[in-house]
Each structure stands twice: as structure tokens, then as C-alpha cells.
Design a protein around this ligand. Structure first.
Ligand code: SGN
Ligand code: CA
Length: 537
């Protein structure tokens, strides 16, 4: 679905304020009451992957402001999502529950049930001021915020629309990443009650498709040639779902030469041309003049050169990388503006700054863009935190964490006891520098959005620190098993190979246990006895 406007169409009954269900669980946890409560600034981007963040990966770009967050706190090196898609990820992080529990399993038909408890509601009940600016993508309107202003659906990069709390839609002139930052700083400076602790969610559209850079950044990266990932020409042998996806950079259907790569041609019709025309149509004459001055020579050369085959695929890869990294640059600058505001106002000492993305993304690995798969690039998500005074731990956290952990973390900060139905774990022990012995050693994942754009089949799976087991189901029944130690790019599906029986059995047990623990109504059907023996099909 294109720029999604389903949020506009909801009847009022679907968006009325929910009954306060949070009271019972809202007992104060034991925390020193003498300490001033910490503020939380939770910055989240869309589709920003760790490969494009220099504190994780220095191959492609530099992100000094994001790196500053990590340098003054923690870098989580094993950070994952529960369902690699925007709406589902947001629902997981708001509720602390997997998709089957919060009900928002996929983007196309789900509407978030706003009557369920979320961390902003718990925080509000605990005396925090809560605010949200930017992308929301949950179709029902936000609840549990003292102030919010969201973009409809995916949002527009240029001169974007915002939905205000009173239901009005306004258009703000400018580039979205700046505007969300301006709005957030304005709230910090002029609107909040400075006597109360706060939790501010700054949730950007950047770096989402179709990666339209700010005109100020258009010239960046044009002289750079990025290394092509070793598995760019993956033939997907042994992996049916990977073969049948529609997220290939080389494919003219999947990556649109006009919409994605801006090679506008009035004489060429492509699948997403009209969407591109709509987006560019939002620009004012000055923005459009800069846009055209930059792109026109590239367009002319592109159509003259008539590249084919691998040359064309690699040209598309380079343009994709450049566009994506330009959008990252303005995001990084704007994160810097927020840090500067907090620093200038002496607020870093009592504010936890969290930076993450709604999921990872493919930067040409397996030949792809987009996300969805439980493979590493999109299962992972960056997570760095700048820590306030009194938290001395620095460096890497290597424990496996997941976006269902954010809600219980924020609850612990606010002194709210974790309700029994929250499935995530508070990250506070890790932030304090502890290494809890019983920390999770298995992650559970479940992706549902099929059939849909990009055609990634439904699947669930488990990952431990060495192996990953995935089951693709619904219209197929295929298992994949990876040894991440020998095969970190997941090119060799070893499921069913002689010699893998023991590890298959043990991963099946982990999968069965995870589905029971998280109470997922979809249970795998591979025959396994009560004692954990694998019954060969
Ligand atoms: C849009 C994009 C897709 C993307 C989904 C979900 N298409 O539909 O490429 O996978 O969003 O992304 S587009 O033609 O509209 O750009 S998500 O991050 O919001 O889940
Ligand atoms: Ca996303």
C-alpha cells in the first residue's frame, strides 16, 4: 500500500480514549525514592540498519552524532526485533509483547487496539509527561500521550502533512526530519511542565523508502563507489522463500527505476511512477529546482548509457546506497541537534537517550533492499543508549535483547512494577552493568505479512548465540537451519543434512519452548515427541 491513509478513515468510535486498565499493575517498584526520576528521550527511525551507522560498521558512512550516543553509554551488539516490519515493531515496543499478544501482526489490515496498556500509559499514570512526534503507523490514534503530532501512514519527506491531537491535518513547509526535530525541541523548550519527568518519543520517517534526500544533502556520496556485498548475486539455492521474494535491487519490478532511484522519464511508465510524481509534486518551486538541477544530468546519462544486466544492477545498487546514506546524514545531523539541546540545557545528566530503528534493512546483501526476513540484517536493529549520571557502564552489551524489552525498561525507570503479562525483560540490569545468569539465551521471531508487497512468506523461528531455525509456513512448509558461526551471511541451509540431527532436535525443542512460553497460538507441526525427540518425516 502506498502512502497509507487508513488512519484518516477510522470512525470516531474506534479511536475513543481507552478505559484506564493500567491502574492495577501500576504499583511502584522498589527504587530509591530520593533519586530524581530520569527523563527518557527515545529516538527511533524507520529502516535504519546497523550497516549504515559508523559505531556498528565503518564501511559505508559516518554518523558522528549517533556514535556519540554509543560512546557516552552503551552499544547493544545483539539487538533484535520480534517481527521485522514497522507497525508490528512499534506495537511490540509499546506493549512489551509479541505480535500475537498485542494483535498488530502486519501493516496492511491491522488497527492497533488502543485500549490495551502501553508503556506511555503506565508512565503517564506514574506522573510522567509523555509526548510523541513523527511516525506512528498504527492506524488508531495514539493514546497515553499528553501531546502528540503524527504523520499520516508513512509520511511525506517534503512539505509533509501532520495530524494534530485535535484531529486537524496541517502541512508544514520543509523537510520531514528537520520538522520532527523542530517540533520535539519546541515541546521540550516551550510546552512541557519543567517540574515533571518526561518521556519523549521522536519517531522519524527517515530512512524509509523511497529515500528522498534533503536538497541540502543531494551532492553527498556522488564520488563514492560502495563495495558490493559478497552475496549480492545470491542464487538462493536451498532457500525457496528467499528465492520467491520481491525485494531484489536488480529486478525492475521490485526496485523501481523512477520511484526508488529518481530516474524520471515522461516517456516511460513504471509501476510506481505516479507515486513518485505525487511525492515530487509536494515540493515547492525552489525545492523542485534544486532537485531537478541535481538529478537531470544523472537522468540524461542514465538513459543514454542503456546499461543492461549486471552493469545495470550494480548501477542501481550504487544509486540506492547514495540516496539511503544521504537520508541517514540528515537524520544524524538532527539527532545532533537534540543532543545539543539537552546538553545546552544541562539535561543530559538526568536523561536516558535511546536510539534505535523499527528494524534493520538490507543494503544489497542477498541482492536485496527491504526487511521482513528473520535473516540477520533485518532481524537485527541498532540500539545505542547515552546514559545519565550515575550509570558508569560503557562499551558493548552482548546479551541478546529484543524490542519487547523497551517497555519494561522504561517502566523500571519510572518505578513501575512490570505487569505479569509483559513478555519482554527490563534492560536495566544490563544498563547497570550486571550480567544476569538467567538472561534469555533464545530469541523468538514471527513474521506474518503475506501475501503482500515484497512477498516474503510467513515464518517463525528461534535463534540462539550460534544457530537459527526458521519455519516458512502458510503456502509452503520449509525449514531452514543456519550455523551462524560458520555461515554468518546465511547462505547454506543445513536443515536435513546428515550430521545436523542433534542440533536440529535441540533447536526444535527451543522453538517448541518459545512458542509455549510466549503462548503463540500458531505452533509448529514438525513431529517432535514430548521428550524432545525429533520424529523424522
Ligand atoms: C511501503 C513500502 C514498502 C515497505 C512497506 C513497509 N512501499 O509499503 O517497500 O516494505 O512500506 O515498510 S512504498 O511503495 O510505499 O514505498 S514499514 O517499514 O513501514 O513496515
Ligand atoms: Ca520500518
Amino acid at each position: 500500500m502506498k502512502n497509507n491513509l487508513r488512519g484518516f478513515l477510522l470512525p470516531l468510535t474506534a479511536i475513543v480514549a481507552a478505559a484506564p486498565q493500567t491502574q492495577a499493575a501500576n504499583k511502584k517498584a522498589s527504587q530509591p525514592q530520593t533519586q530524581k526520576p530520569l527523563n527518557i528521550v527515545y529516538i527511533m527511525t524507520d529502516d535504519h540498519t546497523a550497516q549504515a551507522m559508523s559505531c556498528y560498521d565503518k564501511r559505508y558512512t559516518v554518523t558522528p552524532n549517533l556514535d556519540r550516543i554509543a560512546q557516552n553509554g552503551l552499544r547493544f551488539t545483539n539487538s533484535f526485533v520480534a517481527n521485522s516490519l514497522s507497525g508490528p515493531s512499534r506495537a511490540c515496543m509499546l506493549t512489551g509483547k509479541h505480535s500475537h499478544k498485542n494483535g498488530f501482526t502486519e501493516n496492511t489490515t491491522c488497527v492497533f487496539d488502543a485500549s490495551q496498556p502501553t508503556f506511555p500509559r503506565y508512565l503517564q499514570d506514574a506522573g510522567y509527561q509523555t509526548a510523541l512526534f513523527g511516525k506512528w503507523h498504527l492506524e488508531s490514534l495514539p493514546q497515553g500521550f499528553d501531546k502528540w503530532e503524527i504523520v499520516p501512514g508513512q509520511g511525506d519527506y517534503y512539505n509533509p502533512r501532520f495530524i494534530e491531537m485535535n484531529g486537524d491535518t496541517i502541512v508544514r513547509p520543509g523537510y520531514l526530519t528537520h520538522l520532527i526535530t523542530d517540533r520535539s525541541i519546541d515541546w521540550l523548550e516551550n510546552e512541557r511542565d519543567k517540574q515533571k519527568p518526561f518521556c519523549l518519543l521522536i519517531h522519524h520517517k527517515a530512512i524509509h523508502r523511497n529515500w528522498m534526500a534533503d536538497t541540502a544533502d543531494l551532492e553527498l556520496f556522488e564520488d563514492k563507489t560502495f563495495p558490493i556485498p559478497a552475496n549480492f548475486y545470491d542464487d538462493y539455492s536451498g532457500r525457496t522463500a528467499a528465492k520467491e521474494q520481491e525485494m531484489s535491487i536488480a529486478s525492475p519490478h521490485d526496485m523501481d527505476i523512477i520511484y526508488d532511484l529518481k530516474m524520471y522519464n515522461p516517456n516511460l511508465d513504471t509501476r510506481l511512477k505516479s507515486t513518485y510524481e505525487d511525492f515530487v509534486g509536494r515540493m515547492d518551486p525552489e525545492q523542485k529546482a534544486k532537485w531537478d538541477a541535481f538529478y537531470n544530468p544523472i537522468i540524461e546519462k542514465f538513459y543514454n548509457d542503456s546499461l543492461q544486466g549486471r552493469e545495470l544492477a550494480e548501477w542501481k545498487f550504487q544509486r540506492y546506497m547514495r540516496d539511503y546514506l544521504k537520508v541517514v546524514k540528515s537524520l544524524d545531523d538532527n539527532v545532533g541537534r537534540v543532543l545539543k539541546y539537552l546538553e545546552d540545557n544541562d539535561m543530559l545528566k538526568n536523561t536516558l537517550v535511546v536510539y534505535t530503528s523499527d528494524q534493520g534493512f538490507y543494503m544489497g546483501e542477498h541482492g536485496w533492499f527491504d526487511k521482513r526476513f528473520m535473516y540477520e540484517e533485518s532481524f537485527r536493529t541498532p540500539l545505542v543508549m547515552m546514559l545519565p549520571e550515575g550509570f558508569d557502564r560503557r562499551g558493548d552489551v552482548t546479551e541478546m535483547v529484543q524490542n519487547i524489552d523497551y517497555a519494561p525498561t522504561f517502566l523500571e525507570i519510572a518505578g513501575v512494577a512490570k505487569p505479569a503479562d509483559i513478555q519482554g525483560e527490563s534492560l536495566m540490569p544490563l544498563i547497570r552493568g550486571e550480567h544476569p545468569e538467567n538472561w534469555r539465551n533464545t530469541l523468538y521471531y514471527h513474521f506474518y505479512e503475506f501475501p503482500a508487497e515484497h512477498m516474503v512468506k510467513r515464518h517463525y523461528g528461534v535463534r540462539d548465540d550460534r544457530y537459527k531455525l526458521i519455519h516458512f509456513y502458510n503456502d509452503i512448509d520449509q525449514w531452514e537451519l543456519y550455523n551462524l558461526e560458520n555461515d554468518p551471511t546465511e547462505m547454506h541451509n543445513i536443515f536435513g543434512q546428515p550430521g545436523t540431527e542433534d542440533i536440529t532436535r535441540s533447536m526444535m525443542v527451543k522453538l517448541r519452548d518459545a512458542q509455549l512460553q510466549y503462548d503463540d497460538p500458531i505452533r509448529f507441526t514438525y513431529p517432535i515427541s514430548d521428550s524432545g525427540e525429533l520424529v523424522k518425516k
